[in-house]
Write a protein that binds this ligand. Structure first.
Ligand code: DAH
Length: 353
């Protein structure tokens, strides 16, 4: 085979290979192998010096022609493969624009959180500030300093979870304070009075715990908001006015309130406050058990014993306190018949608020 024939054969073989190249990588390999620096066709160009002079012109022409032809074919195949590859990748990553979109659901604050914030807003608006106390509390703050010493009958209404029982089952050992999950936020009153001198105007929201089985009106863990005012010349009239204002702000001006005498160890006198039923408007229905009223909070004038326990002179200062259940307020505001519904996590229920 003459050199010219060899070159022609190499050209034909390369052109076939180019036509059959499956992808850009294969095509690139052909380019390197044939027309690259040490490619097979390039080798002919490099060795022109060894070709006899009379054949040189023809061989040169053939090599150049083959080279041009191959390079052109490489270019056009490259463009063709590029288009095909782009199409394939577009197809692979294709978005089906006929599919319905994925809706990113916006979260909302839970009703319990919202009511807590609403109560705080109302009281912040009349000059109160927000205080916090520990959920794991000692017997002293939860009961004793609140005028409910060990063996006080009021304790039995609020049995709880004991973390450390120093009394070995008899929770009455003097001077040794058990550690427990607080049953009420009232203990924050004591912490605040220990740290701050009057005038005191605070609310204290937080979780509380009781050994209750969950039913429509009880939860073993719930939220309370405590309120405490200690100042000079505070009277029961201030308490009534404040709580009436709160109820109207919270439930609307058409809801009525009433104060019923009650007992709490840390207040004297004490009262429970009811709001008129939002379903029957006082007529009596199943929701309010026929009474027309729903109990919403406990309150009273701070017992002088509590002031003394906290180092405040009851001759100089007086005060009132109240404690309101957040879940209860939420249910009474929106006529929800069962406290447990707030905690079931049913989105159909929760989204209504
Ligand atoms: N701590 C009481 C309870 O959990 C509620 C309460 C009643 C709080 C009267 C008070 C109050 O501050 O004065 O049942």
């Amino acid at each position: 085979m003459s050199v010219v024939e060899e070159i022609q054969a190499l050209r034909t073989e390369t052109m076939d290979a180019i036509a059959g190249a499956a992808d850009s990588d294969a095509l690139n390999n052909i380019r390197i192998k044939v027309v690259g620096k040490s490619g097979t066709l390039t080798a002919y160009l490099r060795s022109m010096g060894q070709i006899p002079a009379d054949q040189r012109a023809e061989v040169g022409k053939t090599v150049n022609a083959a080279r041009n032809e191959i390079e052109e074919a490489l270019e056009s195949k490259k463009a063709e493969l590029k288009t095909a590859e782009l199409e394939a990748s577009m197809e692979a990553g294709a978005v089906d624009i006929t599919l319905p979109g994925r809706v990113q659901q916006m979260g909302t604050r839970h009703l319990i959180t919202r009511i807590t914030e609403e109560v705080a807003e109302i009281f912040l608006g009349i000059g109160y500030s927000v205080a916090h106390g520990p959920e794991v509390e000692t017997d002293f703050y939860n009961f004793e300093a609140l005028n409910a010493p060990a063996d006080h009958p009021s304790r039995s209404m609020q049995d709880t979870f004991y973390v450390v029982d120093r009394s070995g089952g008899h929770r009455a050992v003097k001077g040794e304070s058990d550690v427990l999950l607080r049953t009420q936020t009232s203990g924050v009153q004591v912490h605040v009075m220990e740290e701050q001198k009057p005038p005191i105007y605070i609310i204290a929201p937080g979780k509380v715990y009781r050994r209750d089985v969950a039913d429509p009106s009880h939860l073993p863990q719930f939220n309370q908001i405590e309120g405490l005012v200690v100042d000079k010349g505070i009277t029961f009239g201030d308490l009534k006015g404040t709580l009436e204002y709160f109820c109207k702000e919270m439930f609307g001006p058409d809801r009525k309130t009433r104060f019923r005498a009650h007992y709490f160890p840390f207040t004297e006198p004490s009262a429970e406050v009811d709001v008129s039923c939002g379903i029957c408007h006082g007529e009596g229905c199943r929701f309010c058990k026929g009474t027309g009223w729903l109990e919403i909070l406990g309150c009273g004038m701070v017992d002088p014993n509590v002031l003394v326990a906290c180092g405040i002179d009851p001759e100089e200062y007086s005060g009132f306190a109240f404690g309101v259940g957040v879940e209860r307020v939420a249910c009474l505001k929106y006529n929800v018949p069962d406290l447990r519904m707030l905690l079931e996590g049913d989105m159909r229920f929760l989204r209504q608020f």
